[in-house]
Design a protein around this ligand. Structure first.
Ligand SMILES: [Ca+2]
Ligand SMILES: [Ca+2]
Ligand SMILES: [Ca+2]
Length: 346
């Protein structure tokens, strides 16, 4: 090559010359600065819009030259500045070569002084993921209940992808999944807090940031939450008593919606009330019962509203027969025997 035949000392001085001119002339040279892309940027689009500005203190800028020097090719373009100006912003769309590219922008002024700026960028060829499939999952549901939706897509480059869900149809991603292997199923759950008709859609983004378009909508109708069961009933009444005596027990449950309530009482002695009612929500329901055998019983009651929603069990532990138990204690005591003896003497 011709360049190699030039004595190396001359080559050095040729390289140093513009620097020394720059130092001597300083501000006279056009000043050029590339603002975008930044030096060492990694770009995934073949076309990049190079932006920046150029200025000249002493004379007008007349010519703009830009060049792209890649690993497998290079090109240079230019454009005259008409009318010539002291300052201008530039936006130059340039096409990159795969791999490393040096982008240089040069301005020349009326005095034939030139100034330039360069950036080194890496262009990684990339294709966005394909549009994900229409979300699959329930199309109706209730407020506060969690539902699961699935979709999937693939990336032509085999890149990992993450999925951006738009749960409310406003074209804004509300939730991103983790990055998943290209082609694998994405399963995400969602809970709506208000009733309404929602258009659920999803898009995919590869690990280099390229995004697909939106999927088809899945329309989901969410209604207000279902009927709530009554709260657990309270049970009040005597916890000790005498076998064979009837005692009154009070049952009370409240339904969140104020629904009328049925009660089921399990007396703990293998008898039950069956379903009784309906009664008003919060109304005291008094039911009497007698226990025929001595022992400790767990009285349980549950409430059911008119729509069939059942509460948890309420409980009250009852000991029977307190009185008879005391009597038998007395019977076995010396004191009782004495009384019995007295009785026998009569
Ligand atoms: Ca890709
Ligand atoms: Ca949204
Ligand atoms: Ca209810």
């Amino acid at each position: 090559m011709k360049v190699s035949s030039i004595p190396s000392i001359l080559l050095v001085s040729m390289i140093l010359l513009p620097v020394s001119v720059s130092e001597v002339l300083g501000t006279l040279q056009p000043k050029v600065e590339i603002l975008y892309p930044p030096d060492n940027a990694i770009l995934y689009n073949q076309t990049v819009v190079v932006t920046g500005y150029a200025s000249s203190r002493e004379s007008n800028l007349t010519l703009m030259i830009w060049s792209v020097e890649g690993e497998i090719g290079s090109y240079t373009r230019n454009s005259t500045i008409d009318p010539p100006t002291r300052f201008m912003n530039f936006m130059i769309p340039v096409s990159l070569f795969p791999g490393r590219n040096i982008i240089t922008v040069t301005f020349i002024d009326e005095c034939h002084l030139e100034g330039s700026d360069s950036v080194l960028v890496l262009y990684v060829s990339n294709t966005p993921p394909s549009i994900p499939g229409k979300p699959s999952g329930p199309t109706s549901g209730e407020v506060g209940v969690t539902y699961r939706y699935t979709t999937n897509t693939s990336d032509p480059d085999g890149d990992r992808v993450r999925y951006g869900w738009d749960w409310n149809g406003d074209n804004i991603v509300d939730e991103w999944s983790e990055f998943l292997e290209s082609g694998s199923l994405c399963s995400t759950s969602h809970t709506w807090s208000e009733e309404g008709v929602y258009h659920v859609k999803v898009k995919a983004q590869d690990e280099y940031g390229l995004e697909s378009g939106w999927s088809e909508n899945l329309t989901v109708t969410i209604v207000s939450s279902a009927n709530q069961p009554p709260f657990t009933p309270t049970i009040t009444g005597p916890t000790t008593g005498r076998v064979g005596n009837r005692y009154e027990y009070t049952f009370n449950a409240v339904d969140p919606e104020g629904d009328k309530i049925y009660y089921y009482i399990d007396w703990g002695d293998n008898t039950s009330s069956g379903w009784i009612g309906p009664y008003s929500s919060g109304e005291d329901v008094i039911v009497s019962h007698s226990f025929s055998v001595q022992g400790t019983y767990t009285v349980r009651a549950k409430a059911r509203d008119v729509s069939g929603a059942e509460s948890n069990w309420g409980e009250l532990v009852v000991t029977m027969p307190y009185y008879v138990y005391l009597q038998s204690l007395l019977r076995n005591s010396i004191f009782t025997r004495f009384l019995v003896l007295l009785g026998d003497m009569r």
